[in-house]
Each structure stands twice: as structure tokens, then as C-alpha cells.
Design a protein. Structure first.
Ligand code: ACO
Length: 348
């Protein structure tokens, strides 16, 4: 089986940047609390006319430009997101249209929350090697990680809302006979750890029709108190300590897995790019494994946790800083709601 390589990266983040202290107008919090427990100093949030779909399309354009390819060379579009703007169509279809990528190719979304980018790379590796996808003249895949977590945040609830931010980043991927690629993904259903309902999933009043329940014709014609309950149902909820224990466990085990698959030890790998959830999660594993801080690229200070966008956003920042020189080898590790997790080994 051939490997895959990332030949271009691009990112797009909302213009509005909120520092930790800016959140004090919405909740009782402090820069000191957020910074010391998470490492986050700011986050970018969509405001006004900005939409996730537009950010994703902009990231895609920049990635194509960075790769030096035309939209006509894209043969597959996958978006990793859990905060898509539309139930239908998929964000991948919307991006294909907005970014001027000619149709007639597969385009779809995947939802593996914060592990979405690693899941997407595994899917591209399998699909491209199967040979049934991507005609020779359209040999590149576009993989986007994009999230607007702010849609799911209750800004009066301080323990969750301070952690997240919005953003999108894209990678152009193609098959490579020279570059090796290894990947492992997994999931274990646990809805209590981290979840948000589709808004109103439980509360929408049902109509009885011939003994069967059906959704009301006009589910939004509800009382004010029920409407606010419906809103609350859609907010992200998290058992922080449970997620912390899960994250440190799978981060360590995916580093082991990638060492075994690639034959390269964590000491010898150039960088480990983890899902940017919380610096304490990364520090815990780093200290356990006695690895130097420089090996772990971090940018969550600027963006907070951007879920499916966080790993490609980190890679795009590394590219902008000139860190992805030819020959660089990286382990990426994602973990998130599902619970899902996964690791991959990439060569540049
Ligand atoms: N500002 C000020 N005080 C706060 C805030 C805030 N934003 N949030 C909570 N507090 C208070 C609490 O009310 C509590 O006060 P009390 O002791 O008077 O009751 C106190 O701080 C401690 O609260 P805890 O929830 O116990 O805080 P903890 O030390 O566990 O830290 C955190 C919370 C940072 C979420 C931690 O559990 C954690 O790191 N979890 C990992 C989960 C994570 O990072 N998830 C990211 C998303 S999931 C993913 O991407 C996979």
C-alpha cells in the first residue's frame, strides 16, 4: 500500500478575537483561572456575517494555493466537523461549490469530533489506495477540519464555554510512493462524557396521529420557558475530569501505537501534534514520557480548543513558521467526543 503526503495547508480564523479577560463581561471568570488550568489566552469567534462554511472554503482556497494546485485537480472533498451550518447539504458539498472545485467527485462530511482530522486522513489513505476514487487528472484530496463551537456554547456557563474557539484549516493530500503513512483510529461510545443534543431533540412537542407520535407541524410554537429549555439542550456539556482521564490515557497509548507502527520512537520523532484541548493534558503525558516541551507543537494559547480544526490548524501554523521542512516526521494524536481517538504518522 502506498503512503499519503500533505502537499499544502491553509487556515482561516474569525476576525473577532476574545482574550480571557473579555469573557468577564459574560461570566464570573479570570485570565488567571483559564490560563493556569488550560493554557488558553484567547479564542477567535464567528460574529456578524462570518460563517463556518465561508471559513472552510477560505481555508480550502489557501491550501490549494499553498500546494500550487488548481481546483480542477481535487478529486475528493471531506470535511471533518461536528458543528456544520446545515443538516443538509454537507459542508463538503458547500465548500466544493464556493471554492470553485468542479463537481462530479465525492464530497461528504465526517463527525468524529476532535479526532475528525485523523479519521479523515485514514479514510483518504484507504480510499485512494483502493483505486476507486480520484481520477488521474484529479489526484488530490481536500481534507478540511472546521468548527464553530461557539454555536454550542452557553456563555453564562463558565466551566465549558471558556475552553473553545472557532476556526478552519485544510490540507491537500495525495498518494505517495515515497512518504510513509501509518494510522490508527478507535471509538467507544460514551454519551455522558461530552455531548450536545441536536437542538430540541427531546423537547419538541409530538402530535399523536393514529396512535403514533410524530413531530409537530410547527415545533417552534412553544412557550418561552420551553424555548429556553430547547436551547439549553443544544449546549455542549462535559464531564471535565472524566474527559481529562480519558485524554491522558489515549494520548499516551496512541504515541505507543505510532511508535510501534512506524518503528520510530517518540524521542526520535521531530514533533508530536496533539489535539489542542488543554496544555495540562499534554504536559501530563509529556512529563510521564520524559519528553521535551519543544517536541509538542502547541497553539491553543491563541485559538482555544477548536475540536476537528485543531490538528490541521496546528499543522498550518507550523507550515507558516517554516517548521515543516522536507524530511520532517510527525505523530498526530486526536481525541474527543464519542468518545473517539486516533493517531497517525506523517512524513513531509
Ligand atoms: N472561571 C473561574 N472559575 C471556574 C471556571 C472558570 N471559567 N470554571 C469552573 N470554575 C470553578 C468551579 O466552579 C469550581 O469552583 P468551586 O471549587 O468553588 O466549586 C472550581 O473552578 C474548580 O472547578 P472544576 O470543574 O473542578 O475545575 P478543574 O480543575 O477540574 O478544571 C477543566 C476544569 C479545565 C475543564 C478540567 O477538568 C480539564 O482540564 N478537563 C479536561 C477536559 C478538557 O480539556 N476538555 C476539552 C474539551 S474535550 C476535548 O476536546 C476532548
Amino acid at each position: 500500500m502506498n503512503g499519503i503526503e500533505i502537499i499544502g495547508l491553509g487556515k482561516a480564523v474569525p476576525k473577532t478575537r476574545l482574550k480571557n479577560d473579555d469573557l468577564r463581561q459574560y461570566m464570573d471568570t479570570s485570565d488567571e483561572w483559564i490560563r493556569s488550568r488550560t493554557g488558553i489566552e484567547a479564542r477567535h469567534l464567528c460574529t456578524g456575517e462570518e460563517s463556518l462554511t465561508d471559513l472552510a472554503a477560505e481555508a480550502a482556497r489557501r491550501a490549494m494555493e499553498n500546494a500550487g494546485i488548481a481546483p480542477e485537480e481535487i478529486g475528493l472533498v471531506i470535511c471533518a466537523t461536528c458543528t456544520t451550518d446545515y443538516m443538509v447539504p454537507s459542508m463538503a458539498c458547500a465548500v466544493q461549490e464556493i471554492a470553485g472545485i468542479p463537481g462530479g467527485i465525492p464530497a461528504f462530511d465526517i463527525n468524529a469530533a476532535c479526532s475528525g482530522f485523523v479519521y479523515g486522513l485514514q479514510l483518504i489513505h484507504s480510499l485512494m489506495n483502493a483505486g476507486s476514487i480520484c481520477r488521474p487528472e484529479r489526484s488530490c484530496a481536500l481534507l478540511i477540519g472546521g468548527e464553530q463551537l461557539s454555536k454550542m456554547l452557553d456563555f453564562s456557563e463558565r466551566s465549558v464555554s471558556v475552553l473553545f474557539g472557532d476556526g478552519a484549516a485544510a490540507a491537500i493530500v495525495r498518494v505517495s510512493a515515497e512518504k510513509r503513512f501509518f494510522c490508527h483510529t478507535a471509538a467507544e461510545g460514551d454519551r455522558g462524557a461530552l455531548y450536545a443534543h441536536t437542538v430540541g431533540r427531546n423537547q419538541i412537542p409530538m402530535l399523536e396521529f393514529e396512535g403514533k407520535k410524530t413531530v409537530s407541524e410547527n415545533p417552534l410554537r412553544v412557550s418561552e420557558s420551553l424555548a429556553s429549555e430547547i436551547m439549553r439542550d443544544g449546549y455542549l456539556k462535559m464531564d471535565g475530569q472524566k474527559v481529562f482521564r480519558f485524554a491522558v490515557h489515549v494520548l499516551a497509548s496512541e504515541i505507543d501505537e505510532m511508535e510501534a507502527q512506524s518503528g520510530i520512537s517518540a524521542e526520535d520523532i521531530d514533533y508530536i501534534v496533539c489535539h489542542q484541548a488543554n496544555c495540562r493534558i499534554i504536559d501530563y503525558v509529556r512529563k510521564q514520557r520524559k519528553l521535551p516541551a519543544e517536541k509538542f507543537f502547541m497553539n491553543l494559547r491563541e485559538y482555544g480548543n477548536t475540536s476537528g480544526a485543531s490538528i490541521p490548524l496546528a499543522l498550518a501554523d507550523m507550515k507558516d513558521r517554516g517548521m515543516l521542512k522536507p524530511g520532517i516526521r510527525i505523530f498526530c494524536v486526536g481525541f474527543g467526543a464519542g468518545l473517539t481517538w486516533g493517531g497517525c504518522y506523517l512524513e513531509f
